[in-house]
Write a protein that binds this ligand. Sequence first.
Ligand code: BG6
Length: 510
Amino acid sequence: MSSHPTIDPHILVIFGASGDLAKRKLVPAVFELFKMGYLPDNFVLLGCSRTDLTDEDFRKRVVYDNEHLDKENADEQVTKGYADKLFYQDISSYTDAKDIKKLGQRLRKIDAEHGTEANYIFYLSTPPKLYADIPAALSAEGLAQREKGWGKLIVEKPFGYSEESAKELNELIQQYFPEDDIYRIDHYLGKETVQNLLVTRFANGFFEPLWNRNYIHSVQITAAETVGVGSRGGYYDESGAMRDMVQNHLLQVLAHVAMEPPIRADAHSIRNEKLKLFQSLRPLKKEDVSKQVIRGQYLAGDSEDTNYRDAEGVPDDSKTETYVGMKFFIDNWRWAGVPFFVRTGKNLPMKLTEVVITWKTPPQSIFSEMDAEAMGCDNQLIMRIYPHEGMALEFGMKVPGEGFRVKNVDMDFFYSSLTSADVPEAYERLLLDCMKGDATLYARGDSVEAAWAFIDPILDAWKNDDSIPLHTYKAGTWGPEAADRLWDEHGNGWRNPTEAIVQGMHYSRQ
Ligand code: BG6
């Protein structure tokens, strides 16, 4: 975020503004953009939801009383200046023509008073069942496509529940907003370190020649969380780790790791390559699901005293997975035969997201007879997305002294050494991009469908085949042991760093 882009005057309308996301992420992210001077003078944030609030109530709730908003680094005048840009419109229904008409009148009033020029971003932070109905209602009221001013739509995840429902949703929304004005948000794409995967690969000459089946042994992606489902049981139980994390966030990370070089770093080129990558994922056959995908559900343990099934909003006989560990292949020239391992889970030992590329061992271990430690020396590139964002390259070095003892060492880079500024929050970057009209870091309709096409057979098998086990794991462990066996025929294994390694900002396992 170095040079300040020109952003048109506009109103950011947040549907579902009394909800958790608006308070925790959206309003604080826009505050950061405001503090850094990114927002145009003629900017208004209009919260909209069914809770009865005045403008003042809303400001109090999402600015003055909001512990997620970083007021400590802003003087009072700045905070007030921001709060004054926030307004609120209550409606009794998100789709009733009468209510949307009232919203339209309010928008026109704001345009007249604040010079926002009839440019609107509509952010859908509502229950997903409204994702098609709100755009329809906006369009009927003439708020989607207009002669004067522009309209953009941001849609939160989950985008669909399966390939078929995502297709349906795309078709419905695209009737009212052209694809170029639809921004499907995936907050992982807003993370600096996820974007850096592309820079690492394509701004350097030496990684890419080694980035293929000839040299790479395996790729693993981990997104571990220490929290359980907390009070989100109602939502989570319908979703599970596969829909909540893998179909969207982790497949997007995978695309950055595995896609072909785009011809340019623009939305069209990058998103074309992602689509191709998703289309190259080898679909899992019914009989392979139990061999290649391990699902697990947490039980009370060291880090959690409640079984998943006892959490609020979760049925006693729930079969929803809170852990997924899987192995799959990509059928293209670059990746033929290379196993990809992806895992995510709630209540694992630490909050950690990282990608590990493991290279093949040298064709001959000439030092192996001299010292056993020479064996098993991994050449790995670890790209840490969270915490202590950065990367490390691990390789073998000679231990000084007699013989040839080889030890793993790592060369580290940490973002914190590049900039004293905090790495921007994902939502800041994504909202700013939408305001500028840049959709590069948003998911395109066709690739969301393609990602579902890969996931659907797994979900179908889980739903229809009772013989596929739902493993359990103790909260605070790295998930079911069965997930370790995914590696059996490949050697190596999951990289399970310890808290000490991560907090000490080291990468290496030794
Ligand atoms: C959300 C999921 O999209 O991502 C949550 O719904 C999950 O269940 C969260 O906890 C993880 O995001 P992050 O940025 O904390 O890794």
